[in-house]
Design a protein around this ligand. Structure first.
Ligand code: CTP
Ligand code: MG
Length: 239
């Protein structure tokens, strides 16, 4: 088994337009803590975390204050976020490379907005992928029946067999992923797609539904409910 050591890129440069929050959704308070801090805390508690990067927008003036209050010793901030998620991820990979991270080191890319990730799920991904030549991603077998739309009505029902919902983290080697993203351009919405276009077949690693991405306003309420359920004070009062 490889020594457990990985770097993380957290793309955190989006505007959160679909969540309709006043500030970008990564700063929305959940249990009085900004969403992105919940995300970072899970990685800080995962065994094997090495120097990692949080990619924010060039104009971001909030993160510095957030990290003063909730320090994340293994993360540095890079104000190099781009117009698309793929650009922000590539900027993060370049920042790690500039810090001397080796071409063959494992990198986990994880959305700041997937704030319910746990150290256990990170470990599940690591154990499944660390001996693999390509790497892989957390994903969930599609639970519902899948419909293709035609003008607001059902066009057809698609076979859901063998279909998975891609989540993050997605775990690949630094230079393989950099090259794949450079070749893929901005169209890809996750790292695995870039690796697929480069001819690789990432491993699908079964995840959990709770690792959803906070996208819409109602997702914030669901994330809040789950975090409240997890908090020690809630647990002791239930007993
Ligand atoms: N992201 C990023 N750079 C971008 C766009 C997105 O770093 N140019 C990050 C977001 O901050 C988020 C993750 O990628 O952590 C997933 O993106 P998404 O959920 O789409 O977030 P937003 O783009 O912020 O939201 P929306 O699409 O609703 O505007
Ligand atoms: Mg987006």
């Amino acid at each position: 088994m490889s020594e457990r050591r990985f770097h993380v890129v957290i793309p955190c440069a989006g505007s959160g337009s679909r969540a309709s929050t006043a500030a970008p959704k990564q700063y929305a308070l959940l249990n009085d803590i900004p969403m992105v801090v919940h995300t970072l805390n899970a990685f800080q508690h995962a065994v094997g975390l090495a120097q990692s990067v949080l990619v924010v927008a060039p104009e971001d003036v909030t993160m510095t204050d957030v990290l003063k209050q909730w320090p994340q010793p293994d993360f540095f901030v890079s104000h190099t976020g781009g117009a698309t998620r793929a650009q922000s991820v590539l900027a993060g990979l370049n920042a790690l490379k500039a810090q001397g991270v080796g071409a063959d080191e494992w990198v986990l890319v994880h959305d700041a907005a997937r704030c319910l990730i746990t150290p256990e799920l990170i470990q599940t991904l690591w154990l499944a992928c660390c001996e693999d030549k390509v790497g892989g991603l957390l994903a969930l077998p599609l639970p519902d029946t899948l419909k293709a739309e035609n003008n607001g009505r059902v066009g057809t029902t698609l076979d859901r067999t063998g279909k998975w919902l891609a989540q993050t983290p997605q775990m690949f080697k630094l230079d393989m992923l950099r090259q794949a993203l450079i070749s893929a351009g901005e169209a890809v919405t996750d790292e695995a797609s870039a690796m697929e276009l480069a001819g690789h077949s990432p491993l699908l690693v079964r995840s959990a539904a709770f690792n959803f991405k906070v996208t819409y306003a109602e997702d914030l309420q669901m994330a809040q409910a789950i975090l409240t359920d997890r908090s020690p004070s809630t647990r002791s009062s239930v007993v």
